[in-house]
Design a protein around this ligand. Sequence first.
Ligand code: CA
Length: 523
Amino acid sequence: MQTSKNYQRIVKSFFGLIFFWLSVLAAAAATRPNILFIMTDDHAAHALSCYGSKINETPHLDRIAKEGMRFDRCFAVNSICTPSRATILTGKYSHMNGVPVFNRFDGSQTTVSKLLQTAGYYTAIVGKWHLGSDPTGFDHWNILPGQGRYIDPVLYDRSGSRVHRGYATDVITDLTIDALKNRPPDKPFFMMCHHKAPHREWTPNEKHRAAFAKRTIPEPATLYDDYATRTDAIREQHQSVFNDLTRRDLKLTPPAELKGQALAQWNNTKPTEVEIEVNGQKKVLTGDELRKWKYQRYMQDYLACVQSVDDNAGRLLDWLEANGLRENTVVIYTSDQGFFLGDHGLYDKRFMYEPSLRMPFLVRWPAVIKPGSTQEGIAINADFAPTFLDLAEAKVPGEMQGRSLVSLFRGARPSHWRTAMYYRYYHDPGHHNTRAHYGVRTETHKLIYFWKKDQWECFDLVKDPEELRNIYSDPAAANVVKQLKAELLRLKNELKDEDQFANELPRDGVDGPAPARAPGAAP
Ligand code: CA
């Protein structure tokens, strides 16, 4: 009898405990926020009006800043597409996640999507993936193979691939909304909406192309940078607006008779003269006239692509609002790195200079973030994974090298918050003959080491925010340089960067890794 009573008591307390934990889990699930992570490819912060753009207006993306927080010092730890994506998924630097250049991502490693899935989130990714292997840790994925196409893009998922008629940025937004509509109702969601735009070759939709073709875009102050005081690296690069944009980039029409190899060669040529039509008259552009024209052609198409991103961010925000999801959804807007918009005469990214290093990072979370606030704490893309886990009230693994930004969202900056970040770029010579380098950026200075050449650059970001004057050899800067070198070494050791990939030759694809395999296609 006694045994039976004891048994009943044990059973009762067992079910009581289960009920208690189910209630705790249910309460957590009810309050844990959804996460909508919108990321573009190569969208520089200085092409968003909330970051003070002088060249365009982005009213919908500005809404996120106006109703949330703008981070002013968010940086990529390796400013290039595939490595940045690997860092965002793993919370680790390139030398720890195996993706320093365009390597195939090993999806068996720990990723934030897997951990969020375990924590009870519905996880999904739609759009550009660009990691060479198929996604892991996502309940739903529908991705572009490799770089994907701007017009009528193909996307593939577990069941196969199909063509979606329309413009990539619109299509990816449609598919994101579809996935959100079809999500399980009892789970918070983690949705990654990854746009292809505004990546090279900058193909806009017709509406924005036509509108921007009529505009004259203001030139940046450093377009004609003469690189005086700088190292060989910036003189040797092949990412110059004036010298390296191809006929394809400039959208020049090839002669009708060209086909196959001859056509490809014509398109890939970097023209030193261009014939255009002005008021029905043919005109040949050369010299400075051609240089200015190239900048305009580049920026008109780039900004027109950004405008579609802005329109579609507005659509997503409206959809959240119309479906009662505004209050409990953390919306983040970022780009995988920055981009040179003619700054220092460049396009593309890679270099540790500010326009490329800096990522736009906007976050809205009505329950927590003060509208219209800004944050100067140094954030890095390795912080994103720990941040998502913190939002989900899940444990951040010790192996992740970033830190949660949630306390910064609340407007606080912990006293022990980082005051410097470490950067490393590997893809040398890569597609643009960009020299490998590593360096440190503090709140006031930057030190860059082009290690293969044993050449240094140092900038005072307070006195010289445009990074035009290299003070490395300036006797007055000797003490600062010494301190920066010590900090660089400290961070390099702390992050366990033991030059694992220093001598690895990059495996170049055609402006990216080998495309992820579409099901049924040859590997
Ligand atoms: Ca990119």
